[in-house]
Design a protein around this ligand. Structure first.
Ligand SMILES: [Zn+2]
Length: 576
């Protein structure tokens, strides 16, 4: 720690010098783009990633997408309401503070120019709210390098990608463009913006990504910005900052320790059984659906059968030498900033190498200690890390009502993602392929429309929830709750009813719903709600609970809610 404080801005000044310093009009733009994207892993103007090809999930492909903003949503730059004006003012101040700490000249002018360019990028960025960003087939544009060069003539693609990937790509190499219009306009923007300003913007993107690793004045500046955006009043304790960084840069190594202490083989087997039970219920419900025709049902069933499930942790974690392989970069006690750069560079290398490798379907996107779970449409795969398979969500010794209401509804949620407005666009092998008949798909969309309207009517701190933006998550919440509930009823049929809990007035069916609600128990400040509604695909937690339970018959029955009361409306939305 003392060393970090002693060095102050110096480690970053070296990075800035490596990027040609501020105000350089001589540096080649492509060279700086390579530094930003390929060395420091900072998206600037756009992002370049290696991902599974959405139309051929057995191979990796280079993917280019819009990504040039520092603030998390384009509308924050457009200052359309009081809250976003405040955020924008805080961001400007943050820029000026950081630039001053780094000893840059004409700080205000520089901040103003960079902000102006980011605002121009915000203007051409398509919001994740937009229907355009929800239709993957329409976004997907596979082009050759030669074609890409014609679409965006003011960049030197072959040179840039050759540098980043250490390859000699041919003109026919295919890449996937997810934001064609945006990239065309970026190319225009490059032509019309003074070189010096573009250069400063690119350097700024590198600075902003790395500044959290510098001395306390830098961390304080970051905290000031976070305070305006999220309402957090105290900076994070140093111990937590360190743990967070260890988690980010050595996730699997930490995970090995975590799993050793907190996750047994018996737990793994039990959770796997739980997943199978919930999958079985979905299979059963598919049969009963009246709005889906036989042909679509057969495809939906096939998707269910093919769905991969990973529980707990990846197998390699039990072999120390395999864990070592994940971290083959230099680390020294006295060179914190350099360690971070080494880690970034190493993961870049792993990522770019994938482009010529076969797809490994067993890789994990999260370390096992993560308190999270995910469904990956292009692998048709659900993953439940050991971190989420813990109390209060799951405990092998809990009553089953709590386990089904807790982790069971999460499992049901991830499973339903395979059939929501996004995941439903992918087939059983993870390819972007329409497997619905037109009649069934239009009935699905009509049913989904009911959920859009339901959530559109929720407000929190005067903020309206966006029903369309949160649709996939809401479909998954409503579906997951039902699947877990019916799976619990099946368990009760097979094992007999559970004993009432001593001195507790609730039945086990009620406890199931209480456990579900506790999954989303959280306290938020108004600033954080503003940002959440703007950027998060999940509805605010309060409505994840109320929205889901109010649309489920069995909730009304369990708690004796009168028909047509707010928690038991006569007409309910239902997809799965
Ligand atoms: Zn989800």
């Amino acid at each position: 720690m003392r060393e970090i404080e002693r060095l102050g801005p110096r480690p970053m000044l070296e990075v800035i010098a490596d990027c040609g310093g501020w105000d350089s009009a001589r540096w080649d733009l492509n060279r700086l783009l390579y530094k930003a994207q390929g060395v420091y892993s900072a998206a600037a103007l756009f992002s370049i990633t290696v991902s599974l090809d959405d139309r051929n999930s057995s191979r990796y492909v280079i993917r280019i997408d819009q990504d040039g903003l520092t603030l998390p949503e384009r509308t924050l730059y457009l200052a359309q309401d009081e809250e976003s004006e405040k955020v924008l003012a805080a961001y400007r101040l943050f820029m000026e503070r950081l630039l001053s700490l780094l000893g840059a000249d004409s700080v205000q002018q520089k901040a103003q120019e960079i902000l102006q360019l980011e605002r121009q990028l915000a203007n051409i960025t398509v919001s994740e709210y937009d229907d355009l960003r929800r239709d993957v087939s329409a976004m997907y544009n596979k082009v050759t390098l030669g074609q890409l060069q014609k679409i965006t003539p003011h960049l030197r693609w072959k040179w840039l990608l050759d540098q980043i990937f250490q390859e000699d790509f041919s003109e026919d190499e295919e890449v996937v463009l997810l934001a064609t219009d945006y990239m065309q306009q970026v190319s225009q923007l490059i032509r019309s913006t003074p070189h010096r300003i573009l250069h400063n913007y690119l350097v700024w993107r590198v600075v902003v990504v790395l500044s959290e690793h510098l001395s306390s004045p830098f961390r304080e500046a970051l905290h000031e910005l976070a305070r305006e955006m999220e309402g957090s009043d105290k900076p994070q304790e140093l111990a937590r900052v360190c743990l967070g960084q260890a988690n980010r840069h050595f996730g699997m190594a930490l995970g090995a320790l975590f799993v050793h202490e907190h996750f047994s083989a018996a737990s793994k087997a039990k959770v796997q059984q739980l997943v199978e039970d919930i999958k079985y219920i979905l299979g059963q419900r598919l049969e009963e659906l009246d709005w889906m025709d036989a042909q679509t049902k057969a495809a939906a069933r096939a998707k269910l059968q093919y769905m991969m499930v990973m529980v707990g942790y990846p197998d390699f974690l039990l072999k120390p030498e395999a864990v070592d392989k994940e971290y083959e970069f230099e680390v020294h006690e006295k060179t914190y900033f350099k360690n971070i750069l080494n880690s970034i560079r190493f993961s870049m290398q792993l990522s770019v190498k994938k482009i010529r490798q076969e797809v490994d379907k067993s890789t994990w996107l999260l370390p096992p200690q993560a308190l999270n779970a995910y469904y990956l449409p292009n692998k048709n795969q659900m993953v439940f890390p050991a971190g989420i398979l813990q109390p209060t969500l799951y405990d092998p010794d809990f009553p089953q009502s709590l386990n089904y209401g807790g982790i069971g509804t999460i499992i049901g949620h991830e499973l339903t993602h395979g059939y929501d407005d996004w995941g439903g666009q992918y087939d059983r092998s993870g390819n972007l392929l329409h497997w619905w008949t037109e009649a069934s798909y239009s009935r699905f969309l009509r049913k989904a429309e009911c959920i859009v309207r339901l959530y559109d009517n929720f407000t929190v701190y005067n903020q309206r929830v966006n029903g369309k933006h949160t649709l996939g998550e809401n479909i998954a919440d409503l579906g997951g709750l039902k699947l877990a509930y019916h799976a619990y009823q099946k368990w009760v049929r097979e094992h007999g009813p559970e004993h009432p809990l001593h001195r507790l007035k609730y039945t086990h069916n009620q406890l199931f719903f209480i456990a579900f609600a506790q999954n989303w128990c959280i306290k938020r400040r108004s600033q954080s709600i503003y940002l959440q509604v703007l950027t998060d695909k999940h509805a605010p937690e309060h409505y994840r609970v109320l929205g889901s339970v109010s649309q489920f018959e069995e909730f009304g029955r369990a708690f004796h809610c009168p028909r047509d009361s707010p928690m038991n409306p006569g007409h309910k939305c239902s997809v799965w």
